[in-house]
Design a protein around this ligand. Structure first.
Ligand code: PBG
Length: 331
């Protein structure tokens, strides 16, 4: 008790650094970016200043920017030329993600981990994450699973190191694991978007990935933001089906879920600081209301404190620059 105990004693100078519990490292970061088969040149996403859609011919350049900063992994999203009701340009050998992965792996080999977002929503003309029943507009879970398996195999064949299914179909991890194994990809890990909430914070992404939906929303397959316990069962099922890395998405509004999932499963855990989180910080910074760098730094540090091992963030490059500069200073 006071006055014997004074918390402020350790809050000075070097000592404060020595008692610091959590630290961000460049090796925690995953850089997500969009490869657009329809684009001729790099174009900025209007709702996400500083984030671009890269033409296929520049996918390697996008990856290089992360690689040069020491970021160990990229997460690739594809925007196809052609969309249809079955998302059929999601699994071809020469489709956008497959081509991008092949080019990036040819350039960087084992030195850069390539993760692919595995979902149908960017490839379907209705924008939903699966096969839709034309009459009821329901996303039909079990018809979607074999397609997800096919996409996974096509990504692995192109050289993807990790596939990251984000569609929230029941049984998708098992379907993908089985498809990968049957095709000889027994060592390709699955990073499951295991607790993915039906969140308003994905808004700007849908501009970026051109994946808005023409009817309904995703609340019938993504999780209810009101639920916490449910994330435990959702995640447990993914673990049992063979997920190697877990994920909570969005990030900052769901730190309680990150904490609980880490405590419960003690498995590698990623967190996704989503487009809306990025846009909020950007917009406030543009108005001069927040210090941008300090804001994303603190947001990401909070994610580590909550228990995340890896952070997927559109700020990855900016954050890496800060962390690299700090390390050079301390050398
Ligand atoms: C689905 C997917 C989405 C995001 C990542 N993967 C959109 C959605 O579920 O509607 C959102 C990412 C973000 O907001 O940054 N393929």
């Amino acid at each position: 008790m006071f006055p014997q105990i004074r918390m402020r004693r350790l809050r000075y100078g070097k000592l404060k650094e020595m008692v610091r519990e959590n630290t961000l490292h460049v090796s925690d970061l995953i850089y997500p970016f969009f490869v657009d088969e329809t684009a001729e040149q790099k174009t900025e996403v209007s709702s996400m200043p500083g984030v671009f859609r890269w033409p296929l011919s520049q996918a390697v350049d996008a990856a290089r920017e992360a690689y040069d900063l020491g970021i160990p992994a990229v997460l690739i999203f594809g925007i196809p030329k052609k969309k249809d009701s079955e998302g059929s340009s999601s699994y071809g050998e020469k489709d956008v993600v497959q081509e991008a992965v092949r080019a990036i792996k040819a350039e960087f080999g084992k030195d850069l981990i390539v993760i692919t977002d595995l979902c149908m929503c960017e490839y379907t003309d209705h924008g939903h994450c699966g096969i839709v029943d034309e009459k009821t507009h329901d996303v039909v879970n079990d018809l979607t699973l074999p397609i997800l398996g096919k996409i996974a195999v096509s990504h692995a064949k192109a050289g993807a190191d990790i596939v990251a299914p984000s569609g929230m179909m029941d049984g998708m991890i098992e379907a993908i694991r089985t498809a990968l194994d049957e095709n000889g990809f027994v060592n390709t890990p699955i990073m499951s978007y295991s607790s993915k909430y039906a969140s308003v914070f994905y808004g700007p992404f849908r501009d970026a990935a051109d994946s808005g939906f023409c009817f309904g929303d995703r609340s019938e397959y993504q999780m209810d933001p009101a639920n916490g316990d449910e994330a435990i069962l959702e995640t447990e099922l993914d673990v049992l089906e063979g997920a190697d890395i877990l994920m909570v998405k969005p990030g900052m509004p769901y730190l309680d879920i990150v904490y609980r999932i880490k405590q419960e499963f003690k498995m590698p855990l990623a967190i996704y600081q989503v487009s809306g989180e990025y846009a909020m910080i950007k917009a406030a910074a543009e108005k001069g209301w927040l210090d941008e760098k300090k804001s994303f730094y603190e947001a990401c540090l909070s994610m580590k404190r909550a228990g995340a091992d890896m952070i997927i963030t559109y700020y990855a490059k900016e954050l890496a620059k800060i962390l690299n500069a700090r390390q050079n200073k301390s050398k």
